[in-house]
Design a protein around this ligand. Structure first.
Ligand SMILES: *Cc1c(COP(=O)(O)O)cnc(C)c1O
Length: 440
């Protein structure tokens, strides 16, 4: 890579593997920033309407969603004991600390139950309507009939994944009868591959990282006109599936008694891999809350692809390997070396900043959350927990967020996964967390 890249002060700090915080100098007012996205409020609302059409089908195919009427959604909860723990360690957090439990989303136990499932549903709907087998007014449960299953079984779906996206897409595709292949990177967990195979999903394993698994999946799909490739790096559809979460949060916070307005700002901390999940959610949040929401992306120190892409403006033209980083992290879903250029550019003026934290810190936070709130998450899902203590005095002053306003703030940590981690695996995470805490 060029010397000028390596002279960049942020890049030099990333190279040290020290925790880094970057505040976005290009942040604009929401009306301005939204113009860069290339997607509209209406697009996000159509995604929500599509999920409503599919709700009866989901309630039938996945009984765990039946009580919510087939809507795949997760609760928000206050985590005051964790807030106290963080305060004792690093100083008080003005405002209230809350958690968004996408870790416990039905069907696949991670944030990927949003984008991944949405994209497969959108694809199934398009195919069935084009074939004259469905109208948008129909009861979508007919898609589960033997006739439609036979129709979908002639169609292939492929995706490249570090684990959680493959899990979501594999499970929903198999439920509809698609012939589905998941290309998995070396870091994907064995239990995820086993679970997929038990659902009848074809799993192809690679010795390389996520980028290679995606490239291979894309190449295979290109050779087969009946194969639909779900492109985690560029998909607008995935992005819109995630955006729905942002739209829904307004009513959720209202129901929980949390006001969000200029005098009660909302801060949201989103673990970031390739960017589609956190980018889509942040887009929905900006639509829902305008300038009153502040969004941050959180990444491992070994895989800061989005921070690198956004801070240098190089987006997908730069990878963490170019600055000598190894992209090795225990945080499933975050081991991504090259960011989505689509997301980086779409969110260039809407994201308040990005920061990195070490795997060790994620493990410490994992153990602390289990001890204080009896909540068990996977390591990546803790990346957001470092956010509230990264807001600099300079940043707060720039946004005219004084102490009085901050005392009314809501800090929402987006917990992105962990609900389906097998017990032995979770015990190993907790033990690693304890060790990380003892090591200090
Ligand atoms: C995929 C994933 C993310 C990040 O989503 P991207 O769309 O890759 O940025 C965060 N946390 C978990 C647990 C994930 O599986």
């Amino acid at each position: 890579m060029s010397d000028s890249l390596l002279q960049h002060p942020v890049v030099r700090q990333l190279q040290t593997l020290e925790a880094t915080t970057w505040f976005n100098p290009h942040l604009a007012r929401v009306e301005e920033g939204l113009k860069q996205v290339g997607l509209s409020r209406q697009d996000a609302q159509e995604a929500e309407a599509r999920l409503q059409r599919f709700a009866p089908l989901l309630a039938q195919a996945f009984p765990e969603t039946a009580t919510a009427g087939g809507i795949i959604e997760s609760p928000v909860i206050a985590i005051p004991a964790m807030q106290q723990w963080l305060a004792a360690e690093n100083g008080a957090i003005p405002g209230a600390l809350w958690l968004k439990k996408d870790s416990h989303l039905p069907v696949s136990g991670s944030i990927k139950a949003r984008g991944g499932i949405y994209e497969v549903l959108a694809h199934a709907e398009r195919l069935a309507i084009t074939a004259g087998l469905l109208t948008t007014e129909a009861d979508y449960r007919i898609l589960l009939s033997p006739r439609l299953r036979a129709f979908f079984s002639q169609q292939r779906i492929a995706v490249g994944s570090t684990g959680n996206l493959g899990l979501s897409i594999g499970i929903i595709s198999a439920a509809l009868g698609f012939d589905v292949t998941v290309h998995m990177s070396a870091d994907a967990r064995a239990w995820k591959k086993e679970k997929l195979r038990s659902h009848g999903v074809k799993v192809v394993e690679y010795a390389e990282d996520y980028g290679v698994a995606v490239a291979q999946g894309r190449r295979e799909a290109e050779q087969d006109p009946h194969c639909f490739f779900i492109d985690d790096e560029n998909s607008r559809t995935l992005f819109l599936g995630y955006a729905v979460a942002g739209l829904r949060l307004r009513a959720q916070l209202e129901a929980a008694g949390r006001t969000v307005d200029a005098a009660h700002p909302l801060f949201v901390y989103l673990p970031c891999g390739v960017g589609g999940g956190p980018g889509g959610v942040a887009f929905g949040l900006k639509l829902a809350f305008g300038d009153d929401v502040h969004c941050f992306f959180a990444e491992p120190t070994h895989s800061p692809c989005m921070l690198l892409g956004m801070s240098t403006g190089l987006h997908e033209a730069v990878a963490v390997a170019d600055i000598g980083l190894d992209n090795k992290t225990a945080a499933d879903g975050l081991a991504v070396g090259r960011p989505s250029g689509f997301v980086g550019r779409a969110m260039a003026q809407l994201i308040d900043g990005c920061y990195t934290l070490s795997d060790k810190r994620m493990y410490q936070l994992l153990a602390a959350l289990a001890a204080t709130e009896n909540l068990r998450l996977e390591p990546s899902a803790l990346a957001g927990m470092a956010g509230p203590q990264r807001l600099s005095a300079h940043y707060l002053a720039q946004h005219r967020l004084n102490a009085e306003t901050m005392a009314r703030a809501t800090h929402l940590v987006w917990a992105t996964g962990g609900g389906m981690v097998p017990e032995e695996e979770m015990q190993a995470y907790l033990a690693a967390g304890q060790r990380a805490l003892s090591a200090g």
